[in-house]
Write a protein of this length. Structure first.
Length: 112
């Protein structure tokens, strides 16, 4: 069975406000993703899209500010938590994630 849990974060230069703003081919690609991940021998435990960075609140100490914690060219667009054999397997799964104009990051998750 699986040895490790990983988080795949998805970053895009432009994050849609609702699914109505997402191109149909991207929505379809995301609908196919669970089957592709399973065929690749991994498992999605959870995944979700994130709303635009303008809706975020950042907290540093007791200070709360509007907007993302870090300003960058790309914003967090969503994430997946997966089970995979190892980091290389998780990276191969990350390559399957549909991205319009950004990229993904794969990190091991501390589970114990």
């Amino acid at each position: 069975m699986f040895e490790h849990t990983f988080m795949i974060t998805v970053y895009e230069r432009s994050v849609p406000h609702t699914t109505a703003d997402v191109a149909p081919e991207i929505l379809e690609a995301h609908m196919r993703l669970p089957a592709l991940v399973e065929q690749a021998g991994a498992k999605i435990l959870y995944g979700s899209s994130a709303r635009s960075a303008i809706t975020a609140k950042s907290i540093r100490g007791n200070e709360v500010a509007d907007g993302p914690f870090n300003e960058s060219a790309a914003s967090l667009a969503g994430f997946f938590v997966i089970e995979a054999d190892d980091i290389n397997h998780a990276v191969e799964i990350g390559k399957l994630v549909p991205v319009v104009d950004g990229g993904v990051e794969v990190r091991p998750v501390i589970t114990q």
